[in-house]
Design a protein around this ligand. Structure first.
Ligand code: PLP
Length: 451
């Protein structure tokens, strides 16, 4: 293969270290080692600047659902750039890509979702959620309903509101977060926090933490509960079966809005268009991003149910929006992406074919002496690394084993991510059976090297 790099790897690394501040990175440690420079993507495969092939077990950052390098998206983007490279939908204007994408999303989403507010990212979508839910209650004459209940170890983005809604301690420590009016409750993480309870008991307990919070704070003060169907960045926390039905009951019975953060689970990851459909919950709002455009261009949004939309119509001006809300070129990329997902039946493929295929093989990694639990739903999975089975006791040392495992994985030609000592994968939905076999083979080799 010919690589069209301008510079050799060492030169790129030096420039990167000198000029580029990376997200979520320890700059000094990164620069001492140097970044891996990714130069090409095709299907589930990446190529680095030295020509090594790497299986992208994380679909970029949980987003490249249709796989890398699809010409149809590039062509749609080029067409749109030449037609109308930028306009917005502020001040009584609109444009065809925004309108067509909004209509397409209404078609794909559950029947009660007929409207979408566009943003540039998932974080902006959750900033929008914060303002929407508070505005909703204010419009209904209940301005005291302000508090948003969220979960510890959740990830809802990196903006001030997104990181505050999220429950990541290390993020809260920097910049004085969370902002007021956000209350975090337990996450349904049985492996890490279930103690002596059975999975089902723990699922009910974690769900009822929501009810306890509502009682303690007061229903008249609570605007919404926000949660990811499966916590992704928190370590692929797949809740016990008892969790979501109980949360759904509580949300039905109490006067609060329910927000399902579909940024990772949306667009086929769990074998349904939306993760809330997989778990049978009925959200009022759904923040979306990532798989909406498969990461080809940045775009996010909030799907708004008819119930919320009807109230917002009474609000008057909703004083919120971004220069790149409904960016026409990003909308064109999203339309092309959704058309591929529909045409190639990728959602059905995850439910009936590649999802069960990979899951069966992935769960077998649970037999490895280093793995305390292997879990997978749809095409998102985790391995819990432990010093001794069958105990759920974790390694000392703050995720050092996970980092070692991640580095071996990369060296072996597989992107797996480490969240503490939990290894996670979320491959493109187009991964073939052979590539799924290869993923599991590389993961097993990585575990052997780490052990
Ligand atoms: N919500 C969830 C569940 C996410 O996983 C993420 C990103 O990983 C976000 C929101 C934030 O999205 P973005 O990085 O596009 O701002």
């Amino acid at each position: 293969m010919t690589l069209h790099n301008k510079y050799p790897t060492a030169h790129y690394r030096a420039l990167d270290a000198a000029h580029h501040v990376h997200p979520f990175s320890d700059t000094r440690a990164l620069n001492a080692e140097g970044s891996r420079i990714i130069v090409k993507g095709e299907g589930v495969w990446l190529t680095d600047s030295d020509g090594n092939r790497i299986l992208d077990g994380m679909a970029g950052l949980w987003c490249v659902n249709i796989g890398h390098g699809r010409a149809e998206v590039a062509e749609a983007v080029q067409r749109q750039m030449l037609e109308l490279s930028y306009y917005n939908t502020f001040f009584k204007t609109s444009h065809p890509p925004a309108i067509e994408l909004a209509a397409l999303l209404a078609e794909i989403a559950p029947a009660r979702f007929n409207r979408v507010f566009f943003t540039g990212s998932g974080s902006e979508a959750n900033d929008t959620v914060l303002r929407l839910v508070r505005t909703y209650w204010a419009t209904l004459g209940k301005p005291d309903k302000q508090v948003i209940v969220a979960r510890r170890n959740a990830y809802h983005g990196s903006t001030v509101a997104g990181a505050s809604l999220g429950g990541m301690g290390p993020m809260h420590k920097q910049g004085g977060l969370p902002i007021p009016g956000i209350h975090h409750i337990a996450q349904p993480y049985w492996f890490g926090e279930g103690g002596e309870m059975s999975r089902d008991e723990f699922g009910l307990w974690a769900a009822r933490e929501l009810e306890k919070a509502i009682d303690a704070i007061g229903e008249d003060k609570i605007a919404a509960f926000i949660a990811e169907p499966i916590q992704g960045a928190g370590g692929v926390v797949i809740p016990p079966d008892t969790y979501w039905p109980e949360v759904a009951r509580i949300c039905r019975e109490r006067e609060i809005l329910f927000v399902s953060d579909e940024v990772i689970c949306g667009f086929g990851r769990l074998g349904r268009w939306f993760g809330s459909e997989y778990f049978g919950t009925e959200p009022d709002l759904m923040p979306i991003a990532k798989g909406l455009s498969s990461g080809y261009l940045p775009i996010g949004g909030v799907m708004i149910s008819d119930k919320v939309a009807a109230v917002l119509e009474e609000t008057g001006d909703f004083n919120h929006g971004f220069t790149y809300s409904a960016h026409p070129v990003c909308c064109a990329a999203a339309i092309a992406n959704l058309e591929i997902i529909r045409r190639d039946k990728l959602v059905e493929r995850v439910a009936d074919d590649i999802g069960p295929y990979l899951r069966e093989r992935w769960l077998k990694l649970g037999d490895h002496p280093l793995v305390g639990e292997a879990r997978m739903t749809g095409l998102v999975g985790a391995l819990e690394l432990v010093p001794a089975k069958p105990s759920r006791r974790r390694f000392e040392g703050d995720g050092k084993v996970g980092l070692k495992c991640r580095d071996f994985s990369f060296r072996n030609g597989l992107v797996m991510r480490a969240v503490g000592d939990t290894m996670i994968i979320s491959p493109p939905l187009v991964i073939s059976h052979e590539e799924a076999d290869e993923l599991v083979r590389l993961a097993a080799r990585t575990l052997d090297m780490t052990h």
